[in-house]
Design a protein around this ligand. Structure first.
Ligand code: SAM
Length: 275
């Protein structure tokens, strides 16, 4: 931790973790048994990568900043179990990367650039080989992810992620644990795949449904769906699912969302094809 930090590039969401206590707690969550290889998003100066490698973990880290990737590679030296890939995470197919390395399962870890939060989180249910993810997010986003369906804060991220994953809080992290100090506090979340009965198989259609329903939060469900898909499709959806269209989207339980998804046309194509 005593290392000199490089000048941070705000455009890449660079806020480096400088709290040994926070690092330790994240590592415990990442390396919890069963020990698995680790993919890391945005290793930066190696706050997580270096101690993970020191613990003997098999780790491959994707860093977009060429200078940081080079610096970390040099620090890792010739450790054959640690690899830094200078690449944009958004272009990486993690399951294919795992298959190429012969990894049948992996943990995804990251103190991520917050600009990519939605992209990364919404991608989690689709990672077939990912057995656990330990991700730092902005506190306010984390609270929404953790909000139970039916509660005031619940939104697209809560319903979509909880449909496929068990989500829990590892720890809250104050802004003072980073350099430069961000404007917001953070929270580390743990995600594990879970088989929830009735969870829609067509994740794309389910996400489209949630986006339509939550597009106008203050509106009643029926009005939101009508605005998104047209009145006829909205009425058919509510009737087919048995869900009262007069309620607000944040009031629905997971089971009611699943019933709505079930009633949606096969392939998820709603009347005006807004997907
Ligand atoms: N993990 C380090 C730590 O905890 O100190 C750095 C965290 S910093 C919040 C986010 C890191 O993600 C930076 O190193 C940044 O360069 C990198 N990054 C930003 N966009 C990226 C992308 N699209 N793909 C891969 N890495 C990215």
């Amino acid at each position: 931790m005593a290392q000199r930090l490089p000048r941070a590039r705000r455009s890449l969401g660079q806020n480096f973790l400088v709290s040994p206590g926070v690092v330790e707690r994240i590592l415990d969550a990442v390396a919890a048994p069963p020990a698995l290889p680790v993919f890391e998003i945005g290793p930066g100066t190696g706050a997580l990568t270096l101690p993970l490698a020191a613990r003997g973990a098999l780790v491959a880290a994707f860093e977009i900043d060429r200078a940081l990737a080079g610096r970390l590679e040099a620090e890792l030296g010739k450790n054959p179990r640690a690899e830094v890939v200078n690449a944009d995470y958004r272009g990486i197919d993690l399951d294919a990367e795992a298959a190429a390395r012969g990894w049948t399962g992996y943990v995804l870890a990251g103190n991520i650039p917050y600009l990519l939060t939605s992209t990364i989180l919404l991608g989690l249910p689709g990672l077939a080989r990912c057995r656990r993810a330990v991700i730092m997010v902005q506190r306010e986003v984390g609270e929404r992810v953790l909000a139970p369906p039916g509660s005031r804060r619940c939104g697209i991220l809560s319903v979509y992620l909880q449909a496929y994953l068990a989500v829990s809080r590892v720890m809250n992290v104050g802004a003072g644990s980073f350099r430069p100090r961000p404007k917001v506090d953070s929270v580390v979340l743990r995600f594990e795949p879970t088989a929830r009965e009735g969870a829609p198989r067509d994740r794309g259609a389910f996400l489209a449904l949630l986006k339509g329903a939550f597009a106008q939060r203050r509106k009643k469900l029926g009005n939101a769906l009508a605005a998104a898909y047209g009145p006829e499709a909205a009425t058919a959806l509510a009737a087919g699912s048995g869900v009262d269209a007069g309620r607000r989207p944040e009031e629905l339980t997971l089971e009611e969302w699943f019933a709505l998804a079930e009633a949606a046309p096969a392939g998820g194509t709603l009347s005006d094809g807004k997907r």
